[in-house]
Design a protein. Structure first.
Length: 428
């Protein structure tokens, strides 16, 4: 059987051999290093080495959907259809969707008698799960990113990346300006309410899609402190400059300490109640792209989702990072929003197919995930989900954000996007 060129094999996954420094020893960085070495070997048509590196990477970060697909492609290109099928069976068992039968690389695999059962499982994973209640529509092209509820004033507060502001939406669905700043801010991402102190915290960053190249806020990141009642900007806390920064998610601990993650630079910061400047909690080189965070029940740990390596625990006493074990049948890659509800984590997973909302049950000591359940998936009103917050027994979140409609240059790809949608999902 003839093999397809490995350039064609790899093109379907759009993987690049990213340079990784030798001193990077965290699981996330080790995974990226092994994957990069595998891609380099595959590009050199050394499929045996590629398969070995991918297997090693698989042992570092469990159930990475893209890595499973790459293992299947290398196996198929190596004329091992049985191994390719094993990888796709595993992929289907994670509740994920794809259609490898359309790819001629898998002709030998799809001819195996075991293939129809795997194909049926992949099809079953496309079933509609959950029911969303639409709460608000935003017709303007703003790239909504996160939403919180100001219960005292019966309004929703929605952050806008391209709009570079925060909007308020009243009970009648009418949108109005909220953020009052004396100087422009960059795109606004994650939001977190500290009701006890009357403060709204917001992560802000000069993402290329929303910030012109000559704008002084381009590639800068700030944590914004906002008076919850009035929307007046009280303070701005900027991290030291880096080639590219993107404060994307923010969380507040019970003591009022604020945590903010940088999805591009890769570090994590905190701001204590009495602090006048951000302090680094986790340095660059530990995470690939840190996203949502939540403080553990005992207040001693920050649980964080790294987009490419899953969940981790950060000891607040010293910043030590420990990966969180998870069930063998769960893929926790591509998590954006992470919220703690008692002994559960409610997460929005927008880096997988399908995009999903999951409930993750934690062990009593909250050191590992012991079960995962899909609460919403494959819904027409959840095609581009982003951030949100807990509102009693519900998840309030941006189910269609519009950000995917923008290119890296800030221009809309195919004309005006559909309205951004804020939805509510019952968690009980």
């Amino acid at each position: 059987m003839s093999r397809l060129p490995m350039t064609a094999v790899l093109a379907a996954l759009q993987l690049a051999a990213l340079p990784v420094q030798a001193q990077d020893v965290s699981p996330a960085m080790r995974f990226r290093q092994l994957r990069a070495e595998a891609v380099a070997a595959a590009n050199a048509d050394d499929l045996a080495t590629a398969a070995d590196k991918l297997a090693q990477a698989d042992g570092v970060v469990r159930n990475h959907p893209g890595l499973i697909q790459l293992r299947a492609r290398v196996a198929a290109a190596s004329e091992q259809p049985g191994e390719a099928l094993a990888q796709w069976r595993r992929y289907a068992g994670l509740g994920l969707t794809a259609n490898p039968a359309r790819d001629p690389l898998y002709a030998a695999m799809t001819a195996l008698p075991e293939w129809p059962a795997v194909a049926d499982a992949l099809t079953a994973n496309r079933a509609l799960i959950g029911v969303l209640e639409p709460r608000a529509l935003i017709p303007e092209a703003v790239a909504a990113e996160s939403v919180v509820r100001d219960a005292t004033r019966q309004r929703l507060l929605v952050s806008a990346i391209v709009g570079r502001t925060i909007m308020q939406i009243g009970a009648d669905g009418t949108a109005a300006p909220y953020l009052k700043a004396e100087a422009p801010v960059a795109g606004v991402f994650g939001l977190a309410v500290d009701e006890a102190r009357g403060v709204l915290w917001a992560a802000s960053a000069g993402l290329a899609a929303a910030t012109p190249a000559d704008d002084p806020l381009r590639d800068k990141a700030e944590l914004l402190k906002i008076d919850l009642a009035s929307g007046r900007l009280l303070a701005r806390y900027r991290a030291p400059d880096a080639p590219r920064r993107n404060f994307g998610d923010v969380a507040v601990g019970p003591d009022g300490t604020v945590y903010v993650s940088d999805s591009l630079a890769g570090d994590v910061w905190r701001l204590g109640v009495e602090d006048e400047a951000l302090r680094r909690l986790v340095p660059v080189g530990v995470f690939g792209s840190p996203q949502g965070m939540a403080v553990s029940a005992d207040g001693e740990t920050l649980i964080l989702a790294d987009y490419g390596s899953g969940l981790h625990r950060i000891a607040l006493a010293d910043g030590r990072v420990t990966p969180m074990p998870s069930p063998r049948d769960a893929s926790l890659i591509g998590i954006d929003t992470l919220l703690r509800r008692g002994d559960d984590l409610i997460v929005v997973q927008n880096g997988t197919a399908p995009m999903r909302v999951l409930r993750l049950t934690l062990s009593p000591d909250q050191t590992e995930v012991v079960a995962a359940r899909t609460l919403a998936a494959n819904l027409e009103s959840m095609t581009d989900p982003a951030g949100g917050s807990l509102d009693g027994a519900s998840l309030l979140f941006v189910s269609i954000s519009q950000l995917g409609a923008y290119g890296d240059d800030g221009a809309l790809r195919d004309g005006p996007p559909p309205p951004a949608v804020i939805s509510r999902l019952n968690l009980d």
